[in-house]
Design a protein around this ligand. Structure first.
Ligand code: URA
Length: 303
């Protein structure tokens, strides 16, 4: 609820409480609802929907004083898009009880994927994070980078790779003429692991369908796995980064039309600790540039 004032929360609560009184939602008795964000602040969400969180309130007390931590989230479809919040609601749980695989599969666009991830409450990392770190850059770009997980600065800004290692990644990309208008960036995990620890295998597995769907929806021509964690998890390999970098692999899932040319890069955080490896990383970047150029030449020849 960052950035949400107490007054806003109370007003939204009242609006939705009215709807509950009209008997238009399927929310269990003993629970009250608060609107997470007004729809005007969610341009990425279908205008007929709003993301709300349920809050347990004590009976007979002024609800706004007793809002507790969110218990679950619901994606609510408002049938009449023009009459704000009025009209029937059909509430469908988007969090508890639904696997990340089925949630991810239900997203037909990046905006929908972000919305289901924002409504997902079963990942303990989410409860500790300040912001979701979904993605940054141009989703229509031919090249997509996938890192590991947000750090402190990414968590604060809600954007991937904006801290020290992000600045190095930006320089590596710039060296081959790329920036965030010509590339797209995301992470294996959208919420910061506390203390910048590595995500556990359980966390990686739980979030895997989200990142797989993310890749399917961007459908890049070239996929760059930044660091060993992303490379091992997405390529299902036990090899270390040393064996996976410097060469091309095919990445394929059922929602992709064709395999994506994929390689791994040393994580910039590793390069900051081991600058002696920068020469190898430069070679990797040149290999990526060659691939981009040959793909551009091929599509030019076809057009
Ligand atoms: N490291 C990552 O893997 N991702 C980020 O977004 C930042 C640091």
């Amino acid at each position: 609820m960052s950035g949400v004032t107490y007054k806003q929360r109370y007003e939204w609560f009242q609006q939705v409480a009215q709807l509950i009184q009209q008997g238009t939602t399927s929310v269990a008795p003993g629970q009250a609802l608060a609107l997470l964000k007004p729809r005007s602040r969610m341009p990425h969400v279908d205008p007929r929907s709003a993301l709300i969180e349920t809050y347990v309130t004590a009976p007979r007390q002024r609800p706004a004083q007793h809002l507790q931590a969110p218990q679950s989230s619901l994606l609510v479809q408002v049938e009449s898009p023009n009459s704000s919040y009025v009209a029937k609601l059909t509430a469908a749980p988007v969090a508890k009880g639904r696997s990340t695989a089925s949630l991810a599969a239900s997203a037909a666009t990046l905006a929908e994927l972000k919305a289901v991830m924002e409504g997902f409450e079963d990942c303990p990392l989410k409860a500790m994070a300040t912001n979701i770190v979904f993605g940054d850059g141009n989703p229509k770009a031919p090249i997509m980078f996938v890192g590991e997980a947000p750090g402190a600065e990414e968590d604060k800004q809600g954007k991937p790779f904006v801290g020290l290692s992000g600045q190095l990644l930006d320089r590596m990309m710039a060296a081959i003429g790329l920036d965030r208008s010509t590339a797209y960036i995301t992470n294996m995990i959208a919420w910061r692991p506390p203390g910048n620890r590595q995500p556990s295998s359980q966390e990686l597995l739980q979030c895997l369908p989200f990142v797989q769907r993310h890749i399917e929806l961007v459908a890049p021509k070239i996929l760059i796995l930044v660091g060993g964690v992303a490379a091992k998890t997405l390529l299902s390999r036990s090899d270390g980064i040393m064996r996976m970098r410097g060469t091309w692999h095919d990445y394929m899932t059922s929602g992709l039309q064709t395999p994506v040319a994929t390689t791994a890069l040393f994580h910039p955080a590793y390069l900051l600790r081991s600058p002696g490896q920068k020469k190898e990383a430069w070679r990797d970047m040149q290999m990526i540039q060659d691939k981009l150029r040959s793909m551009e030449a091929q599509s030019y020849a076809r057009s």
